[in-house]
Write a protein that binds this ligand. Sequence first.
Ligand code: CTP
Length: 406
Amino acid sequence: MLESKRILLGVCGSIACYKAVELASLLTKAGALVDVVMTPDATRFVGPITFQSITHRKVRHDLYEHWQGDDLGHVSLAEADLAIIAPASFNTIAKLAHGFSDNLLTATLLGSTAPLLIAPTGDRHMYAHPATTANLVTLRERGITIIEPESGRLASGHEGQGRLPEPATLLGHIRLALGRNGDLAGKRVLITAAGTKEPLDPVRYIGNRSSGKMGFALAQEALDRGASVTLISGPTALKPPIGAETVWVSTAAEMADAVLAAAPQADVLIMAAAVADYRPLTMSEQKIKKGEAQLTIHLARTTDILGALAERAADMPHLLRVGFAAETENLLANAADKLHRKQLHLIVANDAATSIGSDDSSITLLDASRSETLPILPKAETAGRIIDRIVALLQGTPRGSNDNST
Ligand code: CTP
């Protein structure tokens, strides 16, 4: 989504400038054209050449640099797709709140209509000062996004709020802002991810190898296209994408409760989670001790969440239901059976042996009228193709290449 996007990265004087270097790198790697504009004070912390080496584009800090050819200095820079100031000093924040244009960054932003994100960074008391608070209120009221500073150890050694969030977090905010008017704008998408854990005793559980990567990639993709996303996830070390409302669950029963509560408000449900079909009938209150050579555990069926929703389909006629089928044999036949049995609008069939836990996947998309097999792709790209198909279903038109259609 960042390919060829023009991003204006404003950098103010702060020790956190080093994080801006990494942000410039992440944006450039993602294909964005990054124009770094530094305040004069920022150049005392990091040299322009550092940014230039990463972005391969001219780095600016001088308002009075001669305009050459088509390059009209701050006027040209202002025509970005999105602007972010990270780190943003309280001084620059005050200037922007009052319409100053006394350096290249403030002049550029005063003349820009691009969406603007500001990441205030610095001393905790300067951040908490009523003047800063008032300036941030003013900027928010103008529709500018303020990325809250994080709490922790500050450069001074004091603890407090004022840290610039990590570059990956800033990137998440940028994606969210760029995606706002995407083809899922106004849609509420509910996504489940990862596997559930069914406790046997206080220290053991029955689980599965699902990593959550596919569900999280789908959540990021839906956000990139402007959806409001609720992510219901089983335990995983993955960080939820910025902008997703995340509900953490552990067992199949908790996941069922969370999904059944959220589904009536959703336009789309994507069940990418690997939900346990059985749970131990009872959970031992104490750790199960080693005893006989064989141990028998009685299991009870869990709620089939998609099955329960199929039964309530008439109450939620607007809800587009998408399931996954991870199989080790008879992939397409099993997937087609689940599509029918769970009354789904779309099912994503994949080979459990190769896709679970992997960064790549090869899937077949099946709906009532057709099937389409995709090549092996990184999960982020696969997620894009799945969302393409969901958008098409929402619009009532079949879509996707027919190359592999059967
Ligand atoms: N699913 C669900 N509730 C469950 C189990 C699975 O909603 N208790 C969902 C999964 O999230 C997935 C789809 O149903 O989207 C298919 O899951 P899968 O485990 O492949 O199928 P099952 O219905 O469990 O059938 P089987 O185990 O026989 O393959």
